[in-house]
Design a protein around this ligand. Sequence first.
Ligand SMILES: Nc1nc2c(ncn2[C@@H]2O[C@H](COP(=O)(O)OP(=O)(O)OP(=O)(O)O)[C@@H](O)[C@H]2O)c(=O)[nH]1
Length: 394
Amino acid sequence: MNEGPSIPVLVLSGFLGAGKSTLLSELLTAPEAERTALVINEFGEVPIDHDLVSIGRSEASGQKGRVVTTSGCICCSYGSDIRSSLHELLDVENRMNGARLARVVVETTGLVDLAPVVNQLIPGGAPAFGLRDHVVARRFHMAGCICVVDVTSVERTLDEHFECAKQIAFADVLVLTKGDLFAGDISHVIGQLRAINPVATIVDRHGRGFDVANVFEPRIYAPSNLSGDVDDWLALERVLAEEGRVPAGNDAPRHGRIRSFSLIRNSSVTYAQLSLFLELLKNAAGTRLLRLKGIVSVEGETETPLVVHAVQHNMHPLLRLDAWPSADRRTRLVLIGHDIDPNAVEKLFDALSGEGKSPPSGKTLALAVAVAVLFLGIGALLCLVLPRLLSHAA
Ligand SMILES: Nc1nc2c(ncn2[C@@H]2O[C@H](COP(=O)(O)OP(=O)(O)OP(=O)(O)O)[C@@H](O)[C@H]2O)c(=O)[nH]1
């Protein structure tokens, strides 16, 4: 087994769509990112962040082959826990011809409960169950916890999702994002963050002098320096782990009614079909849709796919890529939300796209609206959407 100095691990959290992958992509263009390994954890069965993070990846930094993607949330699943992923990275280092990893960045899911994750990385945390755990404890140490905060939505997110407050509380660095879209009072937002975490360094991604490499610089991470809540959450987690009462399995446990599902298609859609699908879905699902992201193959432009992002009620501008980020050229959409019927979303997509054969007729569009209304439960929104559909069909 490869022995050497302990490798620093930085945990990157932030609620769904806050901008974790974007920040990571920025890091990967910096020369300091050399020999950085990524563990990307996703809430859902179809990994997509792997491809999205590679956008903007620096050729010079040679990051390819140093990414481990885990599906299933690391705070929920023994099977994909953080220690297994780190152990895998030792094999990666063994293939680096004598070079050492400089650090590991673990991008968590937007819904992560950080207590069990941190508990697996700090001395005296979750009990070690075998050789693998002991090796990981010897070869890795936690060296920072970064939380990305979307200033446009954090207030509402804090009201509705306790995970968000926990992510903020565990951080030693808070990175504010989307200040460029925010017209409100940033000092009010900072006041809210300070009430949860009085000691973290707060930096603005759009502020003057922002240095992404500095954010990911390894340092001493000491949960005892954070708020008292953090110690209590870790203590509770230790008791649960020792008693074997940590919830396991992806269907379970820590995220209540929130579910993730994906839609995968081999065929392409037109730009108009995609736009209509996104608009109908957004209006139909309303606040039940927390996150939508993916890559879409567009008819006539199949070499340059579109990247789609929706964060709660905000649909971000579609982004065209110069090329597919990997060999997988299928349309892949991941949706995260609650009380959304996956079958209804698939039917809506297929009705609108006609499976990519021909543009949908007025009749098909009417069917699509019916599907949206019946399955997504939005009778009232019909009045909003129908006029647009009819003008589109005309
Ligand atoms: N205008 C603006 N958009 C941003 C900023 N940061 C991220 N975004 C956009 O927000 C959307 C989501 O960003 P991601 O980086 O994918 O967010 P994430 O936290 O990795 O998302 P999940 O992994 O799904 O939780 C994308 O459309 C980004 O381009 C920012 O500072 N300003």
